[in-house]
Design a protein around this ligand. Structure first.
Ligand code: NAD
Length: 352
């Protein structure tokens, strides 16, 4: 297959982890007879410096024509003045919205070799394999806002169509996995949550009768995610609850440097990026963990290019590198860590 992949390194460690990941994709392409063409564009702080805006039109245009987008991270102290007119993170929101990417997928599967890095007891983590699907373009983050001297409001609004499409994505994913979906809401208090629950129940009953569905209130879900994480397969929820629960779920895996994400819409195109930020404290040192970005590239192969065997081969190679204790500084005791390039090389050496 021939695929056109737009690459957005961004800021901080972004260019380092992207530079480490592209050779992994090239190695997979060479082994399986594919050609991947990489087209690099600016987003975030570097785009503000070069073009005055966090998402230049040229970047959005290229992304619209691409088969998939691989992103590093954006942001950093240079652009974090709260009074600044343009901020790097606006670039991320704009590109997700511009491409209609309404479902954010975050898999969490703690690796046996990294269990010690999590604050949760290892016996609770064994066998955990969760996929959170967060609604990404609706809800309270995008509703009308008001502010006066004495009060402020944020409107939370969801339409039936917005709920249906993300629940369908989650239903399809649950079907490909262990056939269990947990929908998270606050239906005892919020009207938007009551709509969420009604629509979810109907879509799942009519279109996914083979998937088991359970509804959970977000407050008890926050507790269960830590006390019995093995009980969950696919979790679907609205934007703000998903924002909070995905960060909580990330603690199950120990290091931010191991967690990948995908943002998908109705079509094949998606944005694939590690969940961590631009890590300005370690940028330029060549010590960042590239595994989360490499695992994001695996999600890209699976969800945008339909290359399941190739995706699985990357995941297995990262797992084998972790088994062999090829750890960057975030995971290794002092003096025993490899650098970013060495970690990526260890993955390439272990590709089937
Ligand atoms: P961060 O994720 O960048 O860093 C948090 C801590 O984790 C730091 O100590 C960092 O060194 C470490 N870390 C993160 N990724 C790592 C990796 N791959 N390997 C080893 N260690 C790693 O979060 P932050 O410090 O809160 O934010 C820094 C900047 O990143 C801010 O400007 C923030 O707005 C931005 N940010 C961007 C994204 C994104 O691009 N999607 C997400 C979160 C934060």
């Amino acid at each position: 297959m021939h695929a056109n992949i737009v690459v957005l390194p961004g800021d901080g460690i972004g260019p380092e982890i992207i530079a480490a990941t592209l050779p992994v994709l090239e190695a997979v392409a060479a082994r399986h007879g594919h050609t991947f063409e990489f087209e690099e564009h600016d987003i975030g702080g570097i785009a503000i410096d070069r073009h005055g805006v966090p998402l230049p039109d040229t970047t959005l245009e290229a992304a619209r024509k691409a088969d998939a987008i691989l992103l590093g991270a954006v942001g950093g102290p240079k652009w974090s003045d709260p009074n600044a007119k343009v901020r790097p993170e606006q670039g991320l929101l704009a590109i997700r919205k511009g491409l209609g990417l309404f479902a954010n997928l975050r898999p969490t599967k703690p690796h046996p070799a990294a269990l010690g890095a999590s604050p949760i007891k290892p016996h609770l983590l064994e066998g955990v394999d969760i996929l959170v699907v967060r609604e990404l373009t609706g809800g309270i983050y995008f509703g009308d806002k008001t502010r006066s001297a004495t009060d402020a409001t944020d409107l939370c609004r969801y339409t039936v169509a917005e709920i249906e499409r993300v629940v369908r994505s989650a239903g399809r994913l649950a079907r490909q996995r262990r056939g269990h979906l947990t929908s998270v809401d606050k239906a005892n208090v919020l009207e938007t949550s009551r709509l969420w629950r009604d629509v979810t129940s109907r879509v799942m009953r009519e279109e996914f009768p083979d998937v088991a569905v359970e509804h959970q209130l977000v407050d008890s879900m926050a507790m269960h995610l830590l006390s019995k994480p093995r009980a969950y397969d696919v979790i679907v929820t609205e934007n703000m609850f998903g924002d909070i629960l995905t960060d909580e779920a990330s603690m199950l895996a120990g290091s931010l440097g191991l967690l990948a994400s995908a943002s998908l819409g109705d079509g094949k195109v998606g944005i694939y990026e590690p969940i961590h930020g631009s890590a300005p404290d370690i940028a330029g040192k060549g010590i960042a963990n590239p595994y989360a970005t490499i695992l994001s590239a695996a999600l890209l192969l699976r969800h945008s290019l339909g290359l399941e065997a190739e995706a699985a081969s990357i995941e297995a190679a990262v797992s084998a590198a972790l088994d062999a204790k090829v750890f960057t500084a975030d995971l290794a005791p002092a003096g025993q860590a490899v650098n970013t390039t060495q970690a990526a090389q260890a993955v390439i050496e272990r590709l089937a």
